[in-house]
Design a protein around this ligand. Structure first.
Ligand SMILES: Cc1cc2nc3c(=O)[nH]c(=O)nc-3n(C[C@H](O)[C@H](O)[C@H](O)COP(=O)(O)OP(=O)(O)OC[C@H]3O[C@@H](n4cnc5c(N)ncnc54)[C@H](O)[C@@H]3O)c2cc1C
Ligand code: SF4
Length: 390
């Protein structure tokens, strides 16, 4: 079993004496615990192995514009319905098992992890759920016939559990962050609905990008556009961990999908409703083979697309990745823990634009202070007061 990192992120837990023994058995245990936590250290696992490497997009074998061939699947999906089509292909063509998340039948405002048994179940699981849900599985006992769809951070954690090429096919999507659960209720309330009355909820899909839509128990439906639900309420509730995420484009996945739309500078789509397209990136040869097999079997349609076109559709992901160092520095200066990104070229990218990094750090520090954090977690203030009192 591989672990995700070799160093602890918090302090010097795990420091050894000259004989190689750990001085403190508690720190020793904590060190090994942290080594196994992908949230502490995330590696870009294919950086040396993939045929291509782009400083922002990361390592890749192939990049396509893609959509589900089946019109129902394409319509139900967030963008091109590609991840759902791949889950269905894995079930039907490979006779494997597909795992992802879907709305809970008891509480439609919540998502739960599911193992799909049929195309109908896959369609019910399609599209994005902008709320917390754990999709990661224990992949150590899973076979190569299985496929798991999850967020990039979850995919990284599963990738760290199995040797390269082993375990299930790992599918992921571009991710700007997970809004908190109450943000969903806030959108419903703002639209005049009662959260407890919701019997069916979609964040998008059924069009591209599709509307946030909540069906209520009295038959009424409250809905709003994507840029209103995400831009006003869901997006602002994303936690700081996601704002300092360097793996939003899923570098640990075999295949990762995202939106391939024309956007404004914030990343919002410039058009109304169209038939959706996803970008599909194969990060591994296994991903290339799976995508080509699904295309040959008539589940997805693929055509090559340039990296430039993909990045033009993802201004928010590009900006977050280019300026990540500024946010990380501000986070450290506020005395908060950060995730280490190994092999993502964070340092190299920041060296290209020091002024932007500086401005980003100042902005991030101001945002953290507005959230109630203080420089060095408040540890500097008493020292300064003492010095001033002398
Ligand atoms: C929190 C979040 C943030 C996102 N941020 C971006 C972004 O910044 N840029 C971008 O291009 N795309 C983003 N997406 C992804 C995008 O919405 C589409 O999922 C992606 O374009 C793939 O579309 P598709 O039609 O191929 O997928 P679909 O066919 O719709 O399949 C989506 C799959 O993801 C699963 N899924 C949905 N929500 C979750 C969740 N919360 N956790 C785990 N699995 C889930 C579904 O069950 C399904 O299997 C985000 C999605 C989520 C959930
Ligand atoms: S932004 Fe990063 S840390 Fe946050 S949910 Fe997405 S992949 Fe995970």
């Amino acid at each position: 079993m591989r672990t995700s990192g070799s160093r602890a992120a918090y302090g010097d837990a795990g420091r050894s004496d000259a004989s190689g023994r750990h001085r403190n058995p508690f720190l020793h245990r904590r060190h090994h615990f942290q080594e196994g936590l992908p949230g502490v250290t995330v590696r870009s696992p294919f950086r040396g192995a993939a045929a291509h490497r782009h400083p922002i997009l990361g390592p890749y074998e192939a990049v396509w514009r893609a959509n589900a061939c089946d019109a129902e699947t394409r319509h139900a999906g967030s963008s091109g319905g590609v991840l759902t089509a791949l889950s269905i292909w894995n079930l039907e063509s490979r006779g494997g098992e597909s795992h992802t998340v879907a709305p809970s039948s008891r509480e439609p405002r919540r998502a739960v992890p599911v193992s799909l048994m049929s195309k109908e179940q896959a369609l019910a699981s399609a599209s994005s759920r902008y709320a917390p849900v754990a999709a990661a599985r224990d992949v150590t006992a899973m076979s190569g016939q299985e496929a798991v769809v999850s967020k990039p951070c979850e995919t990284a954690s599963m990738r760290a559990m199995v040797d390269e090429g082993a375990g299930p096919l790992l599918l992921s999507f571009f991710c700007a962050g997970t809004p908190n659960q109450t943000a969903t209720d806030d959108v419903i309330t703002r639209l005049g609905g009662e959260p407890e009355d919701v019997v069916k909820l979609r964040y998008r899909g059924m069009g591209w990008p599709g509307k946030f839509s909540a069906a209520l128990s009295d038959g009424a439906v409250v809905e709003t556009e994507y840029d209103d639900s995400w831009g006003r309420t869901l997006g602002p509730s994303v936690p700081w961990r996601c704002r300092t995420c360097g793996d939003g484009m899923g570098e640990s996945a075999d295949l990762v999908a995202g939106d391939l739309w024309e956007t404004d500078e914030r990343g919002y789509p410039l058009f109304e409703e169209l038939e959706g397209y996803s970008v599909l990136i194969a990060r591994t040869q296994r991903g290339v083979e799976a995508a080509r097999a699904a295309a040959a079997a008539g589940y997805i349609q693929l055509e090559p697309v340039s990296v430039e076109e993909v990045l033009a559709a993802q201004p928010a992901q590009v900006a977050r990745r280019e300026r990540l160092m500024g946010r990380l520095v501000a986070t450290v200066l506020m005395g908060l823990p950060i995730t280490r990104y190994q092999g993502f070229g964070v340092l190299r990218e920041s060296g290209k634009r020091p002024r932007a990094i500086y401005k980003e750090a100042l902005g991030a520090a101001a945002r953290l202070r507005a959230r109630g954090y203080d420089w060095a977690g408040g540890r500097v203030r008493p020292v300064l007061s003492k010095l001033r009192g002398r």
